[in-house]
Design a protein around this ligand. Structure first.
Ligand SMILES: Cc1cc2nc3c(=O)[nH]c(=O)nc-3n(C[C@H](O)[C@H](O)[C@H](O)COP(=O)(O)OP(=O)(O)OC[C@H]3O[C@@H](n4cnc5c(N)ncnc54)[C@H](O)[C@@H]3O)c2cc1C
Length: 481
């Protein structure tokens, strides 16, 4: 069958596909109000790929009264056109993602319609800017309501006029109310970008995190030291080299660089769909092994830095100390001191709910894995113990039950779900499974809250689907007369 030739044709196909699969069409959530004013059923914070995917999944289930907020300007959501310094995604180009397996909404369909089939065949990896363009197209075609440049703040409990649980969210445009909130706030969404304390203590002029806005031109002619051997560390090293740094040195603790990609191994339905249903010990065992390996860099990331003769990779050489001396940083390592002009830290994120303004009223009572599960000593990992321990709806659970029961209406979608469900929204490869699961967690709660009303509605339901002719109805007793 010929593929659509233009984006306009594809868009028409997509709308038709959405229409053909719209069953059941009837809305099932009656509008709710607080103080007489209408409220949302779901407020999604974050319009990156996770926020969009879950909005799409919810709309399929006729949860239409929703809104997605993002503090970033239109087109600047997530890492793709901001701090992401890779050239292309590391996901395989034919993976499905926020499309939730609607053929006409896939990246491939969009790419072929925009640039032609041959271009698709030629392309090895998806350029990050194109992925961003695709996400913007996707959200327009699926008619996901997004408001940009609105920042969400603290969440607190509220009640609807009908007495149902709801949440109040402070925002830069005033308070908003919703029955459910989905936090799709990105990699640092339940914590912060992290660096070791002795490096954080250095003056900011000497160091940056890979997620920071870095002036690479200012590094021309300088010696740059990069910490970490993940993809982001490699990408930042590459940009420093391309912008004319005199030397770039990448340091990692491991004796050998990480050359396998465990996320490739786990891309199968059994793992992606069911890990989250397994006992704690198995969830911990799998995910602590995978996250303990850390996500390595791919061949293209490596080739990009290896083109430069002034690049050196130091293995088995962590930074144990750091001080400023004569305008340079002196790093203490197990194999002697190293002097650099500037440090870039590819040290990832740390889970820390208390660091998030959205969670100001509940962070103290959000259960983390360390509160619920003690791994055997050989599997211990304090960093992973900080991940939130989520319920089956991907909602927060309480450390001390009864203190903040309303957090059961805050659902998390992003990297913070990893210990509970395995790779989730934050990985494109998992989305077709994880976004509908998250949406089901939201609708499960909404349905449960509605049960008394729905039961009364059922009992009152009298819509006839057939007209019976009373004259042809023989009733016992009457028939005998
Ligand atoms: C450099 C880099 C490369 C990656 N490459 C890949 C890849 O190739 N394949 C893959 O599967 N994964 C990749 N990932 C992992 C993951 O896919 C991305 O991090 C992805 O962006 C996650 O999507 P998200 O929606 O969770 O978060 P984001 O895309 O970061 O979106 C979160 C949004 O929330 C908004 N926000 C946060 N807080 C608030 C607030 N309080 N109020 C309003 N808005 C708020 C932010 O502005 C942001 O736009 C990569 C990650 C990084 C960092």
């Amino acid at each position: 069958m010929p593929a659509p030739r233009t984006l306009a044709e594809l868009e028409a196909d997509a709308l038709r596909d959405l229409e053909l699969t719209a069953h059941p069409r009837e809305p099932w959530l009656p509008p709710q109000r607080i103080g007489g004013a209408p409220i949302l059923d779901v407020l999604i914070i974050g319009a990156g790929q996770c926020g969009l995917a879950v909005a799409h999944a919810l709309k399929r289930d006729r949860v239409d009264n929703l809104l997605v907020l993002d503090r970033a300007a239109h087109g600047r959501e997530g890492p793709w056109t901001t701090y992401g310094r890779m050239r292309a995604l590391r996901s395989l180009k034919d993976q499905t993602g926020p499309d939730l397996r609607f053929p006409s909404l896939t990246y491939q369909a969009w790419h072929e319609a925009a640039f032609g089939r041959e271009d698709w065949e030629r392309m090895r990896w998806i350029p990050k800017e194109l992925w961003n363009d695709y996400l913007l197209w996707f959200r327009r075609v699926t008619r996901i309501p997004v408001r940009n440049q609105v920042e969400a703040g603290a969440i607190s409990p509220a009640r609807t006029d009908a007495g149902l649980p709801a949440l109040r969210v402070e925002t830069s445009e005033g308070p908003m109310f919703a029955r459910k909130v989905v936090l799709a706030t990105g990699q640092e969404g339940v914590g912060h970008w992290w660096m070791p304390e002795h490096l954080a203590a250095l003056p900011a002029a000497f160091r940056a995190h890979t997620a920071d806005d870095i002036d690479f031109r200012a590094l021309r002619g300088k010696v740059v030291a990069v910490l970490g051997a993940g993809a982001s560390a490699m990408d930042n090293a590459a940009v420093a080299l391309e912008e004319g740094a005199a030397e770039v040195h990448l340091f990692c603790r491991r004796a050998e660089p990480m050359v396998v990609q465990p996320y490739r191994w786990l891309t199968f339905a059994g793992f992606l769909r069911h890990l989250g249903e397994m006992p704690d010990e198995w969830r911990w065992r799998f995910m602590s092994y995978i996250l303990g390996l850390r996500e390595g860099f791919a061949q293209d990331h490596y080739d990009r830095v290896m083109k430069h003769a002034n690049f050196t990779m130091h293995v088995g050489r962590p930074w144990e100390s750091a001080r400023i001396e004569q305008g340079r940083v002196v790093l203490g390592t197990p194999s002697g001191e190293f002097r650099a002009d500037y440090l870039i830290l590819g040290t990832g994120v740390r889970m820390d709910p208390a660091a998030r303004p959205e969670l100001a009223h509940c962070a103290h009572n959000i259960a983390q894995w360390r509160d619920r599960y003690t791994p055997p000593p050989e599997e211990a990992n304090p960093r992973l113990g900080l991940f939130p321990y989520l319920d089956q709806n991907s909602a927060f659970t309480e450390k001390r039950p009864g203190e903040t029961p309303w957090i059961a209406d805050i659902h998390l979608f992003g990297i913070g779900t990893t210990m509970s469900f395995g790779p989730s929204g934050s990985s494109i490869n998992a989305m077709a499974i994880s976004a509908p699961r998250l949406a089901a967690g939201v609708t499960r709660g909404l349905f449960a809250q509605e049960m008394p009303r729905l039961y009364a509605e059922l009992r009152a339901y009298d819509m006839k689907q057939v007209e019976i002719d009373p004259a042809r109805l023989a009733r016992p007793g009457l028939a005998a007369e």
